[in-house]
Write a protein of this length. Structure first.
Length: 133
């Protein structure tokens, strides 16, 4: 009976470790793609603070744009035109100018995927308040 318990315990431990490794692999894969960890819940308040610190200079107060960057509260940036993935990609890789004449947006490597999720939640809220869906 004891050898069977040891075998079952060993099998259970192996399954647990494999599952944990799979989760670690998923977390690494998400990080490489510039996406937040699975299950991350965006924080709009944190998004407003991070936006103010990292985005406002170019995209303006309340995401209305400046002479350095386009407004994010605009029909071009609503979810059915620029999905959330476009924001993650822009922060991770930068963006080549395409809708506006502001020049390219450089990558923002110091902004984590979780902070990007927060910024997206903040910007989407501003868009909705202005009637953009």
């Amino acid at each position: 009976m004891l050898p069977m318990i040891r075998a079952l315990t060993g099998a259970l431990l192996t399954v647990t470790l494999v599952a944990a490794c799979g989760q670690a692999d998923d977390a690494e894969r998400l990080a490489r793609l510039g996406l937040p960890t699975t299950g991350y819940m965006a924080d709009v308040g944190q998004g407003a603070a991070t936006y103010a610190a990292k985005c406002r200079e170019c995209h303006g107060p309340a995401a209305r744009g400046t002479d350095k960057g386009p407004p994010l509260v605009h029909g071009y940036y609503v979810p059915n035109h620029h999905a959330d993935l476009a924001f993650y990609r822009a922060v991770k890789q930068g963006v080549v100018q395409h809708h506006w004449e502001f020049g390219d947006m450089p990558a923002q490597p110091d902004v984590t995927p979780e902070r990007v999720a927060d910024i997206i939640a903040y910007v989407r809220g501003l868009q909705q308040k202005q009637g953009f869906r």
